[in-house]
Design a protein around this ligand. Structure first.
Ligand code: SF4
Length: 218
């Protein structure tokens, strides 16, 4: 039984646990168990998880969560939200999953870091998605450990938002993904235009729509 320092059980505020393929970003196509945290510190206008934004009391005990995960076939776990870094239990959850042999991915808006994640972060694929609602701010610790930056291409994203000095290293190493908002054709076109401009400047970005939505799966 997993317990906190005071010997109490650890509870997580989760919205959902389900198996599907990863439909976004550099690990697209990976069979994954998704854990969706409840509660986010931002409010993006086009958020496709509006029911996961309000914070709620913890509702699932960690041992039970691990048992549910074991019942799925996937050996890759995606922790998403909401915003996972709003929840201090993320550290124990991540540690438990890594110790059990799962590969782990965390999807974050990048604004928050949790002290104590440093020892685990190099073993986790961190997908950071900087948001206009946070003026594209990314916490330096998230930037240090992020595996990829994923930008949602909408009506407001501009080239200058991608060319911030702290993002250049990701542009040079091919770890920037442009994801057209809602797979809309006008934003797909805009993503290809941004990709072309950035390529001409010597940067490497990938345009990857949300594959799971094309396939009609969660
Ligand atoms: S950061 Fe993510 S979960 Fe939070 S409002 Fe924006 S899109 Fe939704």
């Amino acid at each position: 039984m997993l317990r906190g320092k005071a010997g109490t059980k650890i509870y997580l505020s989760l919205r959902d646990i389900y198996e599907s393929i990863q439909g976004e970003g550099l690990l697209v196509g990976t069979l994954s168990v998704f854990l969706r945290f409840q509660g986010c510190n931002l409010r993006c206008s086009w958020c496709d998880q509006p029911e996961a934004l309000e914070f709620a009391d913890p509702n699932m005990e960690l041992t039970k969560v691990l048992r549910i995960i074991r019942n799925f076939k996937a050996k890759h776990v995606v922790i998403t939200g909401g915003e996972p870094f709003c929840h201090k239990e993320l550290i124990t959850l991540s540690k438990s999953l890594l110790e059990t042999g799962y590969s782990l991915q965390i999807e974050t808006n990048g604004t928050i870091w949790l002290e104590g994640m440093e020892d685990l972060a190099s073993r986790i694929h961190i997908t950071c998605s900087p948001k206009a609602t946070a003026s594209f701010f990314v916490n330096p610790s998230v930037l240090k450990y992020a595996s990829e930056l994923k930008f949602v291409v909408d009506g407001t994203l501009e080239e200058e938002n991608l060319l911030r000095s702290e993002f250049i290293h990701f542009l040079l190493t091919g770890r920037v993904v442009l994801q057209p908002e809602g797979n809309k054709p006008n934003f797909l076109k805009k993503a290809f235009e941004l990709q072309k401009k950035l390529s001409e400047a010597g940067y490497r970005v990938r345009v990857i729509p949300q594959i799971h939505k094309f396939l009609g799966i969660p």
